[in-house]
Design a binder for this molecule. Sequence first.
Ligand code: MTE
Length: 368
Amino acid sequence: MTSDSTGPAASYPPALTTISEDPLVRESIVASLVTAITPTESFYVRNHFSVVPAIDADKWRLKVEGMVHQPLELTFDELLSLPSVESVVTLECAGNSRSYLTPPAEGIAFGHGAVSTARWKGVSLAQVLERAGVSEDALEVVFHGADTGEEEEDGVVYSTELPYSRSLPVDTAMRPELLLAYEMNGEPLTPDHGFPIRLLVPRWYGMASVKWLTRIEVVDKPFEGFFQKRRYVFIDEGVEDGPVRMPVTSLKVKSVITSPRHGEVIQPGDFVIRGFAWSGEGEVTVIEVTTDGGRTWSEAKLLGDSNPNAWREWKLPWKATVPGHFIFKVRATDSSGNRQPMSIPWNFRGYANNGIHTLAVEVPSVKK
Ligand code: MTE
């Protein structure tokens, strides 16, 4: 973590691009992601339905039921009275960078900005599940949000009352870093980010972090909900017995350049290339940057301390000596040996694109 990741969120003008008003989808402008903690007003938003639930925290209840020894119904105040945990966590939408896929993939056309980092505060999910006592025969934990709506696929409309629900294997749900979060950057969650409580699943793509949480259900069968089986799956269709659906889970190793931005004019002289890198499958260990379109690569310096749940800042000094156009790229490797691929892996819905961030800059022959 860098020093500015431990303090309060910097005050910074909102830096979001609206991709869709209905449902609300906004992405961060990558060149504006200059602080390790993204100010809440610049944090990307991904809703699936038109209506953002307006929840009265006094009336809100969190039910924990199903295969538990002691079903619970917690009020907001009861949850707040439990021991709290704070942690800096990066969220990235599974559809981030989708628009760079060729041929185009189905879904919201995100650039590279559906990724942001906040300091979250909440209650350990494991603590609440332990209190309820998960049965030995349980297989998964299902998280239900308060939002409902309609989705269409292949001409079939899935109920107007379709809830946003997702499940996790029991082992994953019991991991200590999972939070029932009620604060983001030192303030109560905003309605867009899941007020009053959201699940936070560090190191997994954002779809797992269910917002506006109202019910936790422990089950002994695989959950078959729309957003579990029809979305957020890699579909392998060339298989004789029908398509195989593999769930989208942990964040693939990835990096972005936040400075310079694409098209920037860099004056001759010294410049510092900067960005962030993250992985849900290990620590980021190496950042390589090219400024000549991939002919040569230099290792960037990783800044601050490693936090397994959040991105890490990096920088590389560069000297602009000759005029011309230069292609910059960044490639990250993690401690499990995963390295960003040079060619982008394609899948029908364009999930988990960890292709290499590439941009072009200009060094003018005379000062512009
Ligand atoms: N939870 C509910 N209830 N409804 C949603 O539409 N979107 C999911 C997840 N949780 C969603 C949700 C997706 S796909 C992502 S990427 C994250 O929330 C986005 O969280 P954010 O809007 O706070 O950035």
